[in-house]
Design a protein around this ligand. Structure first.
Ligand code: BGC
Length: 757
């Protein structure tokens, strides 16, 4: 076991932390979290119960939402019991890790193997001295299974030792139904779900099995007499099953899964898990040569991205902190479709499909929301949990401790177009017609229909969308937000495209779908009119989009004068003054430029970028990444690299405690976006993939793999040699557009293109 507990040696594949610092512990627990898209475990310590926990240990289960407080409170992810609890009992009392004693304590997150290791050198009590190594993982191969391994080496002391293994937080938020020796079954208070956790644990002393003492309720212990040189190996596995209907008892399923895991043994579970990670890295690794920090940032981001998704569950999506922390209660935002989906679409299409199917399964809730507000079609929840019902809290406590209204649940409506955008992008990239027929088309039509009813004709002959919030949430209740309106127009046009496509290619399907949706030609005609006359805020004289009606007249504030501030501008200026100013929270017109560059002809892309960049305070973690991607495409490589580093620092820098509540998974998706869509300049064309590399000066090379319509491509950009090399590793010949020149790519023939100026 000792060998298995040694993390990868190559320092570029691990994150390491030594010692114990209570102020940084919360950050570390988020950053060192392990997950497989179904289970997520914060990187908290299993054996230490030091003086203070910044955040209590957490095991999250995707989709396990409930409203545990008073009725009417906001639903959130409910933590399951912590199954990693271990205590070592000695004659003088339990071995306690005081923060001051743990200078030799190290934790290593192995990004390559998807496991968390820790090592405690020389744990001493008056009775005994020992060394301890631990490992934990949640299997990427069998997502219901978690594994904990502990290797104990006694260095001195001959005393009676007891190792006690238990679950903690048995009633942390779930209602216990049955708590047995090796099985727990809980139910949620209100949402009608249940959860089962089955467990099996074994302990060997010097290679001999020791019988456990069962203590009931998921607890047992082993006792033995220690002696110097003794080796103790402890292994525990857990199998977790969620049931979305309380009539279905998940207990039997959990028992079956634990049985299979036991048959495999910990070595088998570990081997299958590692093989699954190897294959994920094979598909998704991005290699940078010449910038060690960028390489680390990419590995860290891709580790969390691969950890966050589950291709086998269409009923969950990825919350704003994935399964790594409590912030935002597991709620799903536009973050998923805009910042994460591109990674999954191009490197893990099965996961992308499941994430979009979650939106399909919540389409009814979106229809209900639209109808409730007096519109047609589907308006998705700004914050979504398991059912798709709006879960944005209506109030929050502001930075000045005042209670403020949150209007996003009602007004931040661009989410519907963002989802449509991701549906189209997925279908374009994968050619998954079955998805389009079964789910995607209906999403496109219903969101297109929403916008067509939402935009109202006015005296100027244009259609206007009034009373919204754009991505820049500092400005509420605004009219004609350029991002919203142009994305809405795009959404309506794709809805019309899909109607034409269905009618032509699958006429029977079109007949049944259009009749089910009560969609006739006159309505389609009306959509066309709305799209043609949509107000966009574009000013042909300046080439600028006005972010929303009246934005240009607001107070200009020189953000450079506030450089060095450590809080967002709405805290510096107050909410009201910020609202009356041109200070924006995050990429808004710049985000439009990121998503629909074709709307910005000629010089307009650079003009809009420079105009809005100088007004943005990046009050959202999503913002620098969107700016970085756009800056990279525009060839502002230095600025782009600055944004890349700024984004990487959000979760990797250890200087502030901002990530206690979980990693910023959208920003991590943004790291991938900046590398692949930004510096490599990848874009999806109608019938090809394009690459237009503009690497930062210090990146000698950039390499990655992509999947496109059943093909597997490998692309390496060598800046030193000014050469791009592309290989088609699987699939039919295709066109790759390199720096605007179409090139044919066939299997077995590496394509080399000179990209020198
Ligand atoms: C941002 C939103 C984002 C949300 C969750 C907010 O602060 O303004 O754009 O969706 O956080 O990440």
């Amino acid at each position: 076991m000792e060998r298995a507990l040694k993390p990868t040696l190559d320092a570029t594949w691990v994150l390491a932390a030594n010692g114990y610092d209570p102020l940084r512990e919360g950050n570390l627990e988020s950053r060192f979290a392990i997950s497989n898209g179904f289970l997520g475990i914060r990187g908290s310590r299993a054996t230490t119960r030091g003086a203070r926990w910044v955040v209590p240990p957490r095991t999250y289960v995707a989709g396990l939402f409930d409203t545990p407080g008073a009725e009417g409170t906001t639903p959130g992810l409910i933590p399951a019991a912590d199954w990693l609890r271990v205590r070592i009992l000695l004659p003088g009392g339990p071995l306690v890790h005081h923060p001051g004693d743990v200078s030799s304590h190290g934790m290593t997150l192995d990004l390559r193997r998807g496991a968390l290791f820790s090592e405690f050198g020389q744990l001493k009590s008056p009775d005994v001295g020992m060394r301890l190594r631990t490992a934990r993982l949640v299997s990427l191969n069998e997502r219901s299974v978690g594994l904990q391994l502990i290797h104990l080496e006694i260095e001195e002391g001959e005393v009676e030792v007891t190792l006690e293994a238990s679950f903690e937080g048995l009633d942390l938020g779930l209602v216990p139904e049955r708590l047995e020796q090796d099985l727990g079954v809980w139910r949620t208070l209100r949402s009608g779900k249940s959860l089962a956790m089955a467990t099996a644990a074994f302990l060997q002393v010097d290679g001999h099995d020791l019988p456990p003492t069962p203590l009931g309720q998921l607890k047992c212990s082993w006792s033995w007499k220690s002696r110097p040189g003794q080796i103790v190996c402890f292994e525990r596995s857990v199998a977790v099953v969620r049931s979305d209907a309380q009539s279905l008892d998940p207990g039997g399923g959990a028992r079956d899964k634990i049985y299979v895991a036991r048959q495999l043994g910990w070595r088998g579970v570990l081997a299958e898990h590692e093989a699954a990670w190897t294959s994920r890295w094979q598909c998704s690794e991005v290699k940078v040569d010449g910038d060690a920090f960028a390489q680390k940032a990419l590995r860290f981001a891709i580790y969390h991205l691969n950890s966050a998704a589950n291709p086998d569950d269409e009923h969950v999506s990825i919350g704003a902190r994935a399964l790594t922390g409590d912030d935002y209660r597991g709620h799903v935002f536009w973050d998923t479709e805009i910042f994460l989906l591109p990674f999954y679409i191009l490197s893990w299409p099965e996961a992308a499909r499941a994430l979009l199917m979650y939106r399909f399964h919540t389409l009814d809730a979106a229809r209900t929301k639209a109808a409730g507000m007096g519109w047609q079609g589907a308006l998705y929840a700004w914050e979504s949990a398991d059912t798709g019902i709006e879960t944005t809290p209506e109030h929050a406590i502001g930075p000045d401790r005042q209670i403020i209204d949150i209007l996003c649940g009602k007004q931040e409506q661009h989410i519907s177009a963002d989802i449509a955008y991701a549906v189209w992008q997925y279908w374009q990239a994968t050619g998954d017609d079955a998805f389009l027929r079964d789910a995607g088309a209906e999403i496109l039509l219903e969101t297109g229909r929403f916008w067509s009813s939402r935009a109202r004709p006015e005296a100027d002959g244009r259609h206007h969308i009034r009373g919204v919030i754009g991505p820049d949430e500092y400005h509420e209740h605004i009219d004609d937000n350029a991002f919203t309106n142009v994305m809405a127009r795009w959404n309506i046009r794709r809805a019309l495209d899909v109607a034409t496509l269905l009618r032509g290619r699958w006429p029977k399907l079109w007949t049944s779908l259009s009749s089910r949706l009560a969609l006739d030609d006159s309505e389609l005609e009306q959509w066309r009119k709305v799209a043609e006359t949509m107000a966009t805020g574009f000013d042909p004289k300046t080439g600028l989009f006005e972010q929303f009606a009246g934005f240009f007249t607001l107070e200009e504030i020189d953000l450079a004068a506030y450089a060095g501030r450590s809080v967002p501008m709405d805290v510096v200026l107050g909410r009201e003054r910020t609202r009356q100013s041109q200070v924006i929270k995050q990429a808004d017109v710049v985000a439009l430029l990121g998503l629909l560059p074709e709307e910005f002809g000629g010089e307009n892309a650079a003009k809009n970028f420079l105009y809005y960049e100088s007004r943005c305070d990046h009050g959202s973690s999503l913002s620098p990444a969107m700016h970085g991607m756009v800056a990279a495409r525009l060839g502002y490589s230095d600025a782009a690299l600055r944004y890349f580093r700024q984004t990487a620092a959000i979760d990797l820098a250890d200087t502030h405690a901002a990530i206690d509540g979980g990693v910023h998974i959208a920003a991590l998706g943004g790291i991938w976006l900046m590398a692949v869509f930004g510096f490599a300049g990848v874009s999806l064309q109608n019938d090809s993939v394009a690459v237009d590399p503009k690497l930062p000066a210090n990146w000698r090379s950039l390499g990655f793999r992509l999947q496109w319509r059943g093909r597997h491509l490998k692309i390496s950009i060598d800046q030193t040699e000014q050469r791009l090399e592309a290989t088609l590793e699987a699939g039919e010949p295709m066109t790759l557009v390199v720096s605007n020149e179409p090139q044919e790519l066939c299997r077995g023939q590496a394509l080399r293109v000179d990209i020198g100026k």
